[in-house]
Design a protein around this ligand. Structure first.
Ligand SMILES: Cc1cc2nc3c(=O)[nH]c(=O)nc-3n(C[C@H](O)[C@H](O)[C@H](O)COP(=O)(O)O)c2cc1C
Length: 201
C-alpha cells in the first residue's frame, strides 16, 4: 500500500501534535486562516467513519464582519470575546436530511434512503454521527497545524434561527480557529486514569 511504513504508527512527534501537546486555544493571533488550510482540514476530516457512510456534518464558516456579529449575539457572555477575536469561526451542524445523499454515498444499498423516511429517527442518527465527525474535525484542525477552541456555550435555538432557518441543519458546536495567541491556554486539567475508564468484561 502506497505510503505505509513498516511500523504502522504515527511518530511520537505526530502523536504529540495531535494529542499530548494539543490544547484548546482561548486566544488567537491575527494571522488569517486561509482557504488552503480549510481545504487541507477537510481533506482529512472527510475520511471520518460514519454509519452507512452518512456524513451528516456540515460546516458554516463565519468570517469577520456582519456574519460574525450575527453569531456573537447567540454566544454565552463568557464566550463572546473568544469568538469575536478568532480569525475564523466554524459552526458545526448536523444535516437531518443526510439521507438524500445515500444513493451516492452508500450506492450498494439503494433502499437505505427510503429506510430513513422517519424524520425523528433521522435526527438522532444525524446528531450522533455528526458529533463523531466533530471529533475528527478537531483532530483535522490540529493535523493541519492550526488550533481549535470548541465551544458549546451558546443559544442553539437562536443559532439555528439565525443561520439555518428553513433548512435541515441543526447547530452542534462553535469552533474558533487560528494560531494560538497570548495566554491562549489554561492549565492542563487532569485526565481520568485508564483504570477509571477501561473495564474488563
Ligand atoms: C464540546 C465542547 C464544548 C466546550 N464548550 C466550551 C465553552 O463553551 N467555553 C469555553 O471556554 N470552553 C469550552 N470548551 C473547552 C473545554 O473546556 C476544553 O476543551 C477542555 O477543558 C480541555 O482543554 P485542553 O484541550 O486544553 O486540555 C468546550 C470543549 C468541548 C469539546
Amino acid at each position: 500500500m502506497g505510503g505505509m511504513t513498516d511500523s504502522l504508527q504515527l511518530s511520537p512527534e505526530a502523536q504529540d501534535l495531535l494529542f499530548r501537546e494539543a490544547r484548546t486555544a482561548n486566544t488567537f493571533t491575527d494571522e488569517p486562516v486561509t482557504d488552503e488550510q480549510i481545504a487541507a482540514v477537510y481533506d482529512l476530516v472527510k475520511y471520518a467513519p460514519t454509519a452507512l457512510n452518512s456524513q451528516p456534518l456540515r460546516v458554516l464558516l463565519v468570517r469577520d464582519g456582519e456574519p460574525r456579529e450575527r453569531l456573537l449575539k447567540h454566544m454565552a457572555d463568557g464566550n463572546r470575546d473568544k469568538t469575536a477575536n478568532a480569525p475564523l469561526v466554524a459552526v458545526l451542524a448536523a444535516d437531518v436530511d443526510f439521507h438524500e445523499h445515500l444513493p451516492r454515498t452508500f450506492p450498494h444499498a439503494p433502499a437505505m434512503k427510503e429506510a430513513f423516511a422517519d424524520a425523528a429517527q433521522r435526527e438522532g442518527v444525524a446528531r450522533f454521527n455528526a458529533t463523531l465527525q466533530v471529533g475528527y474535525f478537531l483532530l483535522g484542525v490540529r493535523a493541519a497545524g492550526l488550533a481549535a477552541g470548541p465551544m458549546a456555550g451558546f443559544d442553539a435555538t437562536g443559532m439555528d434561527e439565525e443561520f439555518f432557518a428553513g433548512t435541515s441543519l441543526r447547530t452542534l458546536l462553535v469552533v474558533n480557529l487560528g494560531r494560538p495567541g497570548e495566554n491562549a491556554f489554561y492549565d492542563r486539567l487532569p485526565r481520568l486514569e485508564q483504570h477509571e475508564v477501561m473495564l474488563d468484561a
